[in-house]
Design a protein around this ligand. Structure first.
Ligand code: ARG
Length: 580
């Protein structure tokens, strides 16, 4: 919708430009690319910074703005003003209302979709925890950015396949098997689940490397035992395989509790183990293509011509590595899903890994290599402390969520003691607070997590925007709104227009978020809508407006704001809270 209006404006400006300089070669897209949204509605709803046209038009920005202003017109424009070399365009609130409110109401949960994905498939590899290792706050990024990207693509019409590439194979299972046989029991694992597995894993790591603090001397014989047990796993030893399967199952039960809190489901849980028998064919292909080189007994692909260290394919003992498995998995997924794009969401520490194996896929001659996309994110610390994964000194995701839910429950008991269904709402708001706080940052930025900031009901937080959504719902309920839009709408207040302008920008933000793989554009947009809605709510009487036409318009506008907020919530894993 806004995209249409922006295009109309661009056409108006282009018409003006052609009047000034009939021979110039500017087109609509060139003008569109120049248009800006002023930070303050006092400076217009859309602006053209005219200095960008100075060279082409051989005039000063001030001259250009002044010449263009009287040439700009049309239904959608209220007026155009020339201010210091800017052409500030004020849209017509009435025009926006007449088109936008019926369109949003009719399209409902489809409103804002750019519809660019029809007939295309996207595979998203995200979350992918390593079984038996703690599922901690470091995984929050891949889990929620990954899911948000999936939602964004689905919204745009892509067919999406969410893959949880579980780290369900590797030497850590050798360690776990040894630790379990030495110190564990079936009862303890059944009772404590993944906590017990992680405790065993931490204990054996401490024992192998030693831990001066705990007074443990290093014992490398345990590492040898672990390697032997893993080797037995690789050769199909039934007892070890049964233990491994059980460990994976126990871990999955736990992960799924967390996914459920986030409303995340995956389409596939094919983890690393699945690709064991798919690797030899790719290694063979690499060898046939003459890409493998021996380096101190290991097989590598030389990437020096591309400014990268070599990609390791086989260790000296012939065992495969992380890149080998990723290559085999990508080939499998291409054949299985015929993707148009495959997205991998991991921490930025893995950037080189992805650059390397993407290059290897290219060298192997797979013409879809440019459909592979790595989406990295920055590191997370909690109240200033970095994470130590192997020693067990970590903030687990489930504990983080539990703490948030508890704190929200306390606040809600104070604020709204009569509320029904509090448990579900507290979960939605507590988990939503963490997700929103996390996704408010540019994904590549390192963030320091502060529980206090995340959970605040004031300020730019999840609880605040969910509360705004609930407010819109309660207004509609109070008004007995049935979702129909009155035949004629009456716009009387500038705050109504500001809200309409914000609502009209949704599709554009969705496109930007898709283009840059950046969910934070959506969280920021949600804040814009919430701010515009709350200003409107504070200054304009809605259900109590005297003029029935004004009242009906404001109720319909509230309905439209609710739809847009709800659609945007869906894109960033926020639940729609009708009551708080
Ligand atoms: N399991 C890995 C880890 O926790 C992440 C896997 C990412 N996906 C991939 N295809 N490599 O570090």
């Amino acid at each position: 919708m806004m995209i249409l209006i922006k295009t109309q404006i661009a056409d108006e400006i282009l018409g003006g430009v052609k009047t000034i300089a009939p021979a110039c070669e500017l087109d609509r897209d060139a003008i569109l690319a120049l248009l800006e949204y002023p930070p303050d509605p006092a400076m217009g709803d859309i602006a053209l910074p005219c200095f960008k046209l100075s060279r082409t038009l051989r005039r000063s920005p001030v001259q250009i703005a002044q010449t263009l202003a009287p040439l700009i017109g049309g239904d959608c424009i209220d007026r155009a003003e020339a201010v210091n070399g800017y052409l500030n365009i004020y849209l017509s609130g009435q025009y926006l209302a007449d088109r936008l409110i019926p369109a949003i109401t009719a399209e409902g949960d489809g409103y804002g979709s750019p519809r660019i994905g029809e007939g295309k498939t996207v595979v998203l590899d995200y979350s992918s925890p390593n079984v038996a290792k703690p599922f901690h706050i470091g995984h929050l990024g891949t889990t929620v950015i990954g899911h948000s990207l999936k939602k964004l693509h689905e919204f745009a019409g892509y067919k999406c396949v969410g893959i949880n590439y579980l780290g369900d194979w590797g030497t850590q299972f050798g360690k776990l098997i040894v630790a379990y046989r030495l110190w564990g029991s079936k009862e303890a694992v059944e009772e404590k689940g993944i906590d017990e597995l992680v405790a065993l894993y931490v204990r054996i790591n401490n024992a192998i490397s030693g831990n001066a603090e705990l007074g443990i001397a290093p014992d490398t014989s345990l590492a040898d035992m672990a390697r032997a047990e893993f080797h037995k796993m690789e050769t199909g030893d039934p007892e070890n395989i049964a233990l491994w399967k059980w460990f994976v199952e126990i871990s999955l039960i736990e992960y799924q509790k967390t996914y459920k809190q986030l409303d995340i489901t995956f389409d596939s849980y094919k983890g690393e183990s699945f690709y064991t028998d798919k690797m030899p064919a790719q290694v063979e292909k690499l060898r046939e293509a003459g890409l493998l080189k021996l380096d101190d007994g290991a097989s590598i692909v030389d990437l020096e011509p591309y400014g990268m260290p070599p990609c390791l394919i086989l260790k000296r003992d012939g065992s495969t590595l992380y890149p080998t498995r990723d290559i085999a998995a990508a080939v499998y997924r291409k054949n299985e899903y015929h993707f148009d794009k495959a997205i991998y969401v991991t921490s930025a520490q893995q950037c080189l890994h992805f650059q390397q194996w993407f290059k290897v896929v290219e060298l192997m001659g797979y013409d879809w290599h440019d459909q592979l996309v790595h989406v990295p994110y920055g590191t997370v610390s909690v109240n200033g402390a970095k994470l130590a994964t192997r020693t067990g000194n970590v903030v687990l995701l489930k504990d983080l969520f539990a703490a948030a839910i508890e704190k929200v429950t306390e606040i809600m008991e104070e604020k709204n003691p009569a509320l029904k269904g509090r448990t579900d709402i507290a979960e939605a708001v507590g988990v939503g607070a963490i997700v929103f706080y996390y996704l408010s940052n540019n994904r590549i930025k390192d963030i320091n997590f502060s529980m206090e900031d995340a959970l605040s009901f004031d300020g730019n937080t999840g609880p605040y925007v969910q509360y705004t959504y609930a407010r819109a719902c309660s207004i509609l309920e109070k008004a007995g709104a049935d979702g129909t839009v009155p035949a004629s709408l009456t716009i009387t207040d500038p705050l109504e227009k500001t809200l309409l302008v914000t609502l009209s920008q949704f599709e554009e933000r969705v496109r930007m978020a898709l283009r840059d793989y950046e969910p934070s554009y959506i969280t920021r947009y949600i804040l814009d809508v919430a701010a515009a809605f709350n200003r409107f709510y504070h200054d304009c009487a809605i259900t109590t407006a005297e003029d029935p036409a004004v009242r009906a318009t404001r109720i319909a506008l509230t309905g439209a704001a609710k739809i847009v907020l709800g659609n945007a919530f869906g894109l960033v894993c926020l639940r729609k809270t009708e009551k708080i």
